[in-house]
Design a protein around this ligand. Structure first.
Ligand SMILES: NC(=O)c1ccc[n+]([C@@H]2O[C@H](COP(=O)([O-])OP(=O)(O)OC[C@H]3O[C@@H](n4cnc5c(N)ncnc54)[C@H](O)[C@@H]3O)[C@@H](O)[C@H]2O)c1
Length: 480
């Protein structure tokens, strides 16, 4: 079948599905082995959306870019043009530009095969759900959603629609995370005893913050930015006349700085947990904790803390029962890091603004970054032995490797075209996101939580349960 006839066929049939919201467009898979170019749309085209677009634009057609900020939308379109201009591959088409993704679906759903969502966290669920209801494959940035109930809903919708799904946590596509799992499972550090995780986030304003009403920039459609959240005037952070604290971005909420607000983001844990807890979740066999203890600076109804410490008490499974500790932020000007394992050199540990320690009876796996892409074993003599064992075939590769390491968007598109499952498809990434967001239930309620996965409920207290679902959705945003 030639591309043109395939496209017409797709357009006609997918148009029918979109008009009635009746089911997924699965026609693409395996329909056209010759032309492997998908028609993709990116919602949240600037910020991380730019690199997400870059990850697929040379191999596929970007048919629409959506951003609620007209200046940033233009920038994103120009950036994409430049990527093509700088390459040998001329841009095959000019994407349509939109500010409201609902309008894009109304006007051109039948031209789209898949949708990348890279908006602030509170809009992930809505944009992804609109896409799924129109039968589109979806690749959604981390964290998949900032409410556990939305994660569950999205998982179910994706499964029922039989689409190809992915979360944008790039570490899951990398070699390092696979190696660490294989090392630990094959005894490289003896018996696993404890896992310590940390990050320097929040690097945006967080802690008790007040709103200061200011004029909304003309280029921003604030109402569309709020999406399902209740209508309210545009605001910045009230810094009380103080200069922007060192290391923090300015006082505006858009772009980037929405992260510390529970309504829009998910704090430091939600922002980095899907990266930094990813290897842990996978290595421990995707178990849920027996309980999570919490300690942090002040948390308000609106915003997250400047630092937190969480202890996930993990039951025995593939490994004995153990503690996973999470540290974030800064206390008294010092990074809030866990205790360094004595085998890790002080200098190496000091340089790691985010990281992981997998502590075993015979050694420790150290990763000095968020994605687990450069793990190393201490003591170094142990690492040398492990590398020899790998060469000699005594430690083997048991994990499936990614078709496109460090490119979750490209990997997702690859599997839409060729079949098979992306590394962070929803069957993996929904439970991972839930694992991360459980910590936010403890943080927001400031108390230990115990989780009943089947009932989707905290069992030892009532207060944390109020944070499982979004309190309300503005009319017109949640697809039926
Ligand atoms: N995987 C990673 O390494 C990584 C890195 C950075 C960010 N992220 C994730 O990417 C997402 C975006 O983060 P960011 O830092 O780029 O934020 P940002 O605020 O800088 O950019 C978001 C963009 O989305 C646009 N936008 C907002 N609401 C929209 C809507 N309703 N429809 C269309 N466009 C909308 C904004 O105008 C902005 O251009 C977040 O979920 C974040 O967690 C992932």
């Amino acid at each position: 079948m030639k591309t043109t006839s395939r496209r017409r066929f797709l357009t006609r049939t997918a148009g029918l599905a979109a008009a009635t919201f009746s089911g997924p467009n699965l026609l693409l898979r395996g329909q056209d082995a010759a032309s492997k170019r998908l028609n993709l749309a990116v919602i949240g085209a600037n910020g991380k959306g730019q690199s997400d677009t870059q990850a697929v634009t040379l191999a596929h057609n970007i048919v629409a870019l959506v951003d609620v900020d007209s200046t940033r939308l233009e920038e994103a379109a120009k950036r994409r043009e430049k990527i093509h201009a700088d390459s040998d591959a001329p841009a095959p088409n000019v994407p349509k530009l939109y500010q409201d993704f609902r309008r894009m679906f109304d006007e051109m759903a039948n031209e789209i095969d898949g949708v990348i969502v890279s908006t602030p966290d509170h809009t992930h669920y809505l944009a992804a759900m609109w896409a799924i209801k129109h039968g589109k494959h979806v690749c959604v940035q981390k964290p998949l959603c900032n409410r556990i109930a939305e994660v569950r809903d999205l998982h179910q919708a994706g499964t029922e629609a039989k689409i190809i799904t992915q979360m944008g946590n790039q570490g899951r596509t990398m070699e390092g995370q696979r190696l660490v799992k294989e090392w630990i499972e094959q005894g490289a550090i003896g018996t696993l005893q404890e896992i310590r995780l940390w990050t320097n986030r929040p690097v945006w304003p967080q802690g008790p913050l007040k709103k200061k009403l200011v004029d909304c920039p003309e280029h921003l459609s604030w109402d569309l930015w709020l999406s399902c959240e209740p209508s309210e005037p545009y605001f910045e952070f009230d810094l009380g006349g103080e200069p922007v604290p060192k290391g923090k971005r300015g006082p505006t909420i858009h772009p980037f700085n929405w992260r510390g607000w529970w309504q829009f983001g998910s704090g430091a844990l939600g922002d980095m947990g899907c990266h930094i807890m990813d290897a842990t979740f996978s290595i421990l066999g995707q178990l849920i904790p027996e309980k999570i203890d919490v300690e942090s600076s002040e948390v308000t109804d609106l915003t997250g803390p400047t630092w937190s410490r969480l202890v996930y008490h993990m039951p025995a499974g593939r490994h004995p029962a153990l503690k996973v500790t999470w540290h974030d932020g800064v206390i008294d000007g010092q990074p809030n890091k866990p205790e360094r394992h004595p085998d890790i050199p002080e200098d190496t540990f000091k340089k790691a603004s985010s990281g992981m320690m997998f502590i075993g009876t015979d050694g420790v796996v150290f990763e000095g970054g968020a994605y687990c892409n450069s793990p190393i074993i201490y003591p170094l003599e142990r690492y040398a032995d492990v590398r020899s064992d790998m060469q000699a075939g005594k430690i083997t590769k048991t994990e499936t490797r990614s078709a496109m390491p460090n490119n979750p968007q490209g990997e997702w598109a690859h599997h839409i075209v060729n079949g098979g499952l992306p590394s962070s498809n929803f069957d993996y990434s929904c439970p991972l996101t839930e694992f991360v967001l459980l910590g936010n239930l403890a943080l927001r309620a400031q108390q230990t939580v115990q989780w009943d996965k089947e009932a989707m409920k905290v069992t030892n207290a009532e207060a944390p349960n109020q944070f499982i679902s979004r309190p309300s959705y503005r009319e017109g945003w949640k697809p039926a």
